[in-house]
Design a protein around this ligand. Structure first.
Ligand code: F6P
Length: 326
């Protein structure tokens, strides 16, 4: 182990259920290894403003099962500037902090990596975003919980859709990607999953709906990722209505419901593994890595992977969704 004495941690970008479990793990692992640990409040913005407090084992009591982030989060345009990062570094330097753990997504990691190279600071990333769009890791913290929230909402929608023979367009999060849509769409039996990565035209969608109706489907659910190219759920429902009206059509936007709630067991466990892994990696003298989950194991993946590569959809799941929706 190297001579790192003080570690700070922050949560950045959109909050994700399980972030608190990761915060707890970083704090407790640091204390376990006799390293002082500091919480930075409100992400990079708080770092620039010096909103930093030392944490103890007891500071993270009873947060493991809570959604959101006790450290709070932000998106900081100032940290994108060299000036902002200089201010941020002086806040760390004045406290003698030489290691930083960033819990967030690819944008937060890109910032952390530049920061680390500019000031010779050791950094580790812990992937956390409900979108699960971070290249290099199969799962990011929050994705499992958000997908489960979506599935439980669609199950409820299905009850009422069935009772009235209706077609529902359910919009889920995923600004640029369809990971939530694909997983929750399969788990909830959607007839079609509209995702930015797989363009499905309105004509193709209408053909699928007609076929389903002919095959005696009494209700249908179309899951739409918010970043879908033919528009979100309202727009899509309008375009479909103009061409097709066997079913009465309704729209539900799940929105920020998906970001809240208690993390699942899976998210709590990977967050715990990643938190300990990040601290151990830093104490082993490593830097510029994220704790990635691949094939059931946590390993150190270069931070660059997260922001220089685009994560691809699982093609097998795309195929399965098509096969099962007949
Ligand atoms: O957390 C990821 C994400 O939920 C995206 O899917 C969504 O577009 C975005 O964040 C919305 O975030 P905010 O409400 O913070 O702008």
């Amino acid at each position: 182990m190297n001579d790192l004495k003080k570690i700070a941690l922050l949560t950045s970008g959109g909050d994700a259920p399980g972030m608190n479990a990761a915060v707890r793990a970083v704090v407790r692992a640091s204390v376990y290894y006799n390293t002082e640990v500091f919480g930075i409040y409100e992400g990079y913005k708080g770092l620039i403003e010096g909103n930093i407090r030392q944490l103890s084992v007891r500071s993270v009591n009873n947060i493991l099962g809570n959604g959101g982030t006790v450290l709070r989060s932000s998106r900081s345009p100032e940290f994108r500037t060299e000036e902002g990062r200089k201010k941020a570094y002086s806040e760390l330097k004045s406290r003698g902090i030489d290691g930083l753990v960033v819990i967030g997504g690819d944008g937060s990691f890109a910032g952390a990596h530049i920061f680390s190279k500019e000031f010779g600071l050791q950094v580790a990333g812990i992937p956390a975003t409900i979108d699960n769009d971070i290249a290099g890791t199969d799962y990011s913290i929050g994705y499992d919980t958000a997908s489960n929230v979506v599935v439980s909402c669609i199950d409820k929608i299905r009850d009422t859709a069935l009772s009235h023979n209706r077609l529902f367009f359910v919009e889920v999060m995923g600004r640029d990607t369809g990971f939530i849509a694909l997983r929750s769409g399969i788990a909830s039996g959607a007839i079609c999953i509209m995702m930015p990565e797989r363009k499905t035209s309105v004509e193709e969608l209408v053909a699928l709906l007609r076929k389903g109706y002919r095959n005696k489907k009494s209700s249908s659910i179309v899951v739409v990722a918010e970043g879908n190219e033919n528009g979100g759920a309202y727009e899509l429902a309008k375009s479909v209505r103009e061409k097709y009206n066997d079913y009465e059509t309704k729209v539900t936007i799940l929105g920020h419901l998906q970001r809240g709630g208690d993390p699942t067991c899976f998210d709590r466990v990977i967050a715990s593994e990643m938190g300990v892994g990040a601290v151990e990696g830093l104490l082993n003298g490593n830097s510029g890595f994220m704790t990635a989950y691949q094939c059931g194991k946590i390993h150190e993946e270069p931070l660059e992977t997260s922001y220089t590569q685009k994560k691809q959809l699982n093609e097998n799941l795309v195929k399965i969704a098509q096969i099962l929706s007949i």
